[in-house]
Design a protein around this ligand. Structure first.
Ligand SMILES: *Cc1c(COP(=O)(O)O)cnc(C)c1O
Length: 401
């Protein structure tokens, strides 16, 4: 329909103005097609997308193996409830556990749902008097009310109170503060191994290992939110594998199904059964389409050696951006782990995002002044170079103006 004769952007925008709740700030562009790291708008303009799908399109737009798997599955069995067994969900769970830790999986549809499941599991697994969960400033865990309360950023709480009780906020990276705040009501610690929305913040050395020790010492459930950092994004299957630390519970979504909606919580096998029958559910969770897409995504990463490509392309970005850092006074710091890339500026980042878009490069800005790139794992070296070149032109012009 739209691909044959797309509505002009202006007409689509008018539909939104009248009929769609304005809870997002949207660019005045109507996207109609995507392939790899490119997207096209309804005027036929092509953009290089270094932030494809807000982190969801880790395999690029419309990755062929995922498209094929979904096409087959949608014509065979779209949905059955979780009162039945489906082979696809079982195999998907097996593949995720084999690539992470000795776990079992619960499936849902998004990151915030995966975190809600983790919050419930932590409370169910520990004695009733233990309900508090320690989370970290600058963290982001989602938009449902439990995850919103877990997110230690006041700007996301305004007007929503009273929030769910029991979250204890501690500065990211501060082990002593964590130790001080643990008491006999604490059930869990929940942390992003690398903060994404918080500005691509990599924890100080020893931080995650220290959390593991504290969790062991006090019998707490250690939850890693890998909704953004997981599934190959950093060059390992999961970001925690860079730090030699294992969680008890891990949450996944965004890129989990190669661009199809899907989420998962993995929990250590001795903890998982605490999420007992009747205590939690997701109607669409682990449905055949998401499962087939999830399996296809994992298989594609392996057959196309994309974890190795992440390391290679990450190095291209690191070198180019560090050179740029040494030349450009607007850059305060460059932070790179695999294909999670943050460029902290000394000024607001929004004008840079706009200027990049005018040059047909799509990037993101978070926390006001951190330019964020979450490129696809199959980005080419040439595309990485091209993106960095546009970025350096844009920052160069901002410096001289
Ligand atoms: C995006 C994100 C979430 C929320 O995921 P949704 O699918 O939007 O609910 C949770 N945690 C982290 C770390 C995220 O980046």
């Amino acid at each position: 329909m739209t691909s044959v004769n797309p509505l002009p952007s202006a007409d689509t925008i008018r539909l939104f103005e009248r009929y769609v709740i304005p809870n997002y700030v949207r660019y005045p562009v109507n996207l109609v097609r995507g392939e790899g790291s490119y997207v096209w708008d309804s005027e036929g303009q092509r953009y290089l997308d270094l932030f494809p799908g807000w982190g969801c399109n880790l395999l690029g737009h419309c990755p062929a193996p995922v498209v094929r798997a979904v096409q087959q599955q949608v014509a065979t069995l779209i949905h059955v409830p979780n009162t039945w067994h489906i082979e696809q969900q079982g195999r998907w769970a097996q593949m995720l556990c084999e690539r992470s830790f000795d776990a079992q999986a619960f499936f849902c549809n998004s990151g915030t749902e995966a975190n809600e499941a983790a919050i419930k599991l932590a409370r169910l697994h520990t004695p009733p008097e233990r309900y508090k969960i320690i989370t970290f400033t600058g963290g982001f865990h989602g938009r449902t009310l439990g995850s919103t309360a877990a997110t230690a950023q006041p700007k996301y709480h305004e007007g929503l109170g009273p929030l769910m009780a029991g979250f204890v906020y501690v500065p990211f990276g501060d082990l002593d503060a964590v130790r001080e705040r643990i008491d006999n009501e604490t059930a869990a610690i929940m942390v992003e191994p690398i903060q994404g929305e918080g500005g691509v913040r990599i924890p100080p050395d020893g931080f995650l290992a220290g959390l593991r020790e504290l969790a062991d010492e006090h019998d707490l459930v250690l939850i890693f939110d890998e909704v953004q950092s997981g599934c190959g994004r950093t060059g390992h299957w999961f970001a925690y594998q860079h730090f030699g630390v294992e969680p008890d519970v891990m949450t996944l979504a965004k890129s989990l199904c190669g661009g199809i909606a899907g989420g998962a919580m993995l929990a250590r096998r001795d903890i998982a059964p605490s999420l007992r029958p009747g205590m939690h559910a997701a109607t669409f969770g682990g449905n055949p389409i998401a499962a087939r897409a999830g399996i296809a995504a994992l298989e594609m990463i392996e057959s196309e050696h994309l974890l190795d490509n992440v390391a290679r392309i990450s190095e291209v970005f690191r070198q180019r951006l560090e050179t740029l850092h040494s030349q450009c006074e607007l850059i305060r710091e460059v932070r790179v782990l695999g294909l999670m890339i943050g460029i902290e500026l000394t000024v607001e980042g929004a004008p840079a995002v706009q200027a990049c878009m005018q040059r047909h490069l799509l990037i993101n800005c978070t926390q006001g002044n951190v330019l964020r790139l979450l490129p696809a794992m199959n980005l080419t070296e040439q595309q990485a170079e091209q993106g960095c070149e546009i970025l350096s032109q844009v920052l160069g012009e901002m410096t001289s103006s």
